[in-house]
Design a binder for this molecule. Sequence first.
Ligand SMILES: Cc1cc2nc3c(=O)[nH]c(=O)nc-3n(C[C@H](O)[C@H](O)[C@H](O)COP(=O)(O)OP(=O)(O)OC[C@H]3O[C@@H](n4cnc5c(N)ncnc54)[C@H](O)[C@@H]3O)c2cc1C
Ligand code: SF4
Length: 321
Amino acid sequence: MKTFDYARADSVADATRAGGRFIAGGTNLLDLMKLQVETPEKLVDISRLDLNTIEEREDGGLTIGALVPNSDLAADPRVIARYEVLSRALLAGASGQLRNKATTGGNLLQRTRCYYFYDTAAGCNKRQPGSGCEAIGGFNRIHAILGTSDQCIATHPGDMPVAMRALDAVIVTQKPDGDKRRVPIGDFYRLPGDTPHVENVLEAGELITHVELPAPTGGRHLYRKVRDRASYAFALFSVAAVVTVEDGLITKAALAFGGVAHMPWRNPAVEAALVGKAPSDDTFNAAADALLDGAKGFGTNDFKIPLARRTLIASLREVTQ
Ligand SMILES: Cc1cc2nc3c(=O)[nH]c(=O)nc-3n(C[C@H](O)[C@H](O)[C@H](O)COP(=O)(O)OP(=O)(O)OC[C@H]3O[C@@H](n4cnc5c(N)ncnc54)[C@H](O)[C@@H]3O)c2cc1C
Ligand code: SF4
């Protein structure tokens, strides 16, 4: 590992002005540093900041500190009662030991698991802009089928962010000049385009301090994750769904998808295909058509297109029962 400076931040303001790379649980960043995929000159340890509580909001929602460990968030009785999809998504991720260390902010910002990104001998535009993309034309079983570019076809590997996208979470940040901003999760991540190394809208020194969950919308919650092993594996495809059925009709639907794109994916056309309709396989197939409109496989990941259709239909059958 390359040598680096280390500083521990005593306050959010200190952290944002320290001029280094934040480290929270370290479960992603340290792996990347050991492999020389990331070589920060300076680490700013934010793990002792006072950002590890979950607070009630006046609107009936919750404010989650960026340092709340994934295991605490999954086990919080308010999260289980009101945002079951979030608890389920968290528990579908990593292992118990990792979830004890992994934080809310770090989970949002974990980097892709693309094999070539991790291999410093391979061409990878995300790791080294302009060096090419070996996943295109290479082994791309875990890669994206939606929102790709000819520069990068990587996926965001997270589970928690997929549930947060379905829940319309808002990411709260603080910049080095003290300015705070609230970014809806739908505006937080970027598609790869020509700059796959730029993954979100955060500016230099900007720290995630909290995540806000709006008041729950009711309905049934589901998180379904398809992966190569029953545990301790990233999603090939996942569905986060919050769906309400009243008098035989779907009246509300919020769906987000993992394992298919550079960001947790949400497409209003999927929800439009469901709302106002009676639950049926015809309705669910129309939602799958909307999701997969424009989907493109790259060889070894072609299977994700029929997999996504089958998994979405099975998920909708379950959540509308
Ligand atoms: C073997 C293994 C299996 C895994 N399986 C899964 C899985 O199935 N599903 C899943 O979702 N995840 C999985 N993970 C990933 C794990 O969830 C992430 O590593 C973890 O959530 C990252 O959180 P952290 O606090 O450790 O982040 P760190 O490693 O500390 O940081 C990650 C990134 O976030 C930045 N950062 C951290 N906090 C902040 C902040 N508050 N503001 C701004 N920037 C910040 C850091 O600078 C760094 O770039 C797995 C990890 C491993 C090692
Ligand atoms: S898919 Fe993206 S992360 Fe993977 S090799 Fe290509 S540019 Fe790199």
